[in-house]
Design a protein around this ligand. Structure first.
Ligand code: ATR
Length: 286
């Protein structure tokens, strides 16, 4: 029987998720339909679309911009949230909470939210053989994308974390909020600073800002250096990575993170483990 999935967002036409999940389903040998779902940009519309999808027999929904926080609020009030979604304050992977369904909870009240973005990043970095255990990490950005990766990075065993942002107060607020939502995160162990004041040597520097969308360039110090630089954006020339290429660092864009978070969603929905390296090669060659 065909299992139905969607990715919901606005805009949505550009989404690569259907292509990625269709490839996963071929690898797993199961029959799925995975569609792009446009939704007007308001919470009521999002709720209506998601409820109709699950009422109609849908198995799983990915959530993208601008609905990840709306999805978090929806699941908080209904079927619950994973720890990663709770700490991220955002959900990108929705399914039905089977325990609640079994106890007679209506479908609309059983929608459960997870967040696979941060673990997708960690899995990609690990697959690149960049050492995370004991790594000194700098994370640039203090929006939703940055928030979603902090807990998985700490769980991966990094030794220190510095969060830099154009607006320092947002980085400080992010750290306070994270430490309140997770016992794993100690706010005193995370440093914050302005992006323009980030200096020195790190093992890994990750760009989690949305600057790549605007074509602007981050003001990076000449003496900012690292062994590995990662930009969570993909699909365009990334000046952030160029800064570190010229200093001899290994670099990566975020395409592998996109596939990594998708693989985790697919695995949670279907129970099939994805060979991410093989899937990535196949997608790049298409
Ligand atoms: P996302 O969900 O993608 O994280 P967001 O929550 O709007 O989006 O956060 C965008 C991040 O990119 C913020 O850290 C933002 O910095 P500010 O908090 O100072 O606004 C950062 N950002 C966006 N445009 C930027 C620019 N031109 N220069 C520096 N930082 C930028």
């Amino acid at each position: 029987m065909t299992q139905h999935f969607i990715v919901i967002g606005n805009p949505i036409a550009h989404s690569k998720s259907p292509e990625i999940h269709t490839l996963f389903s071929e690898q797993a040998g199961i029959d799925i339909s995975y569609q792009r779902q446009y939704c007007p940009d308001d919470a009521a519309s999002f709720m209506a679309v998601i409820e109709a999808f699950f009422q109609g027999g849908g198995v799983g929904a990915n959530v993208t911009v601008p609905f990840k926080q709306v999805a978090y609020n929806c699941c908080l009030a209904r079927g619950g949230l994973s720890e990663h979604a709770k700490v991220a304050g955002a959900a990108n992977t929705l399914s039905l909470n089977q325990t609640l369904l079994d106890s007679g909870t209506p479908i609309a009240e059983a929608i459960y939210g997870d967040n696979t973005d941060g673990q997708g990043l960690v899995n990609h970095i690990t697959s690149l053989d960049w050492p995370l255990t004991g790594a000194r990490v700098a994370l640039i950005g203090a929006g939703g994308a940055a928030r979603g990766v902090v807990l998985p990075l700490i769980q991966a065993g990094i030794s220190s974390l510095t969060i830099a942002n154009r607006t320092v107060s947002k980085a400080v607020n992010l750290v306070t909020g994270l430490s309140e939502s997770s016992e794993t995160i100690d706010k005193h162990s995370i440093e914050t600073c302005a992006t323009s004041e980030l200096t020195g040597q790190f093992d890994i520097i990750i760009n989690a800002t949305s600057i790549g969308l605007s074509g602007d360039t981050l003001p990076l110090n000449d003496d900012l250096d690292c062994h590995y630089a990662y930009d969570m954006m993909y699909g365009r020339t990334l000046p952030f990575l160029q800064h570190f290429v010229t200093r001899g660092a290994q670099t990566s864009d975020g395409y592998g993170m996109l596939i990594g978070q998708a693989a985790l969603s697919f695995e949670r929905w279907t129970g099939y483990n994805i060979d991410v390296a093989t899937a990535t090669d196949a997608l790049i060659n298409r």
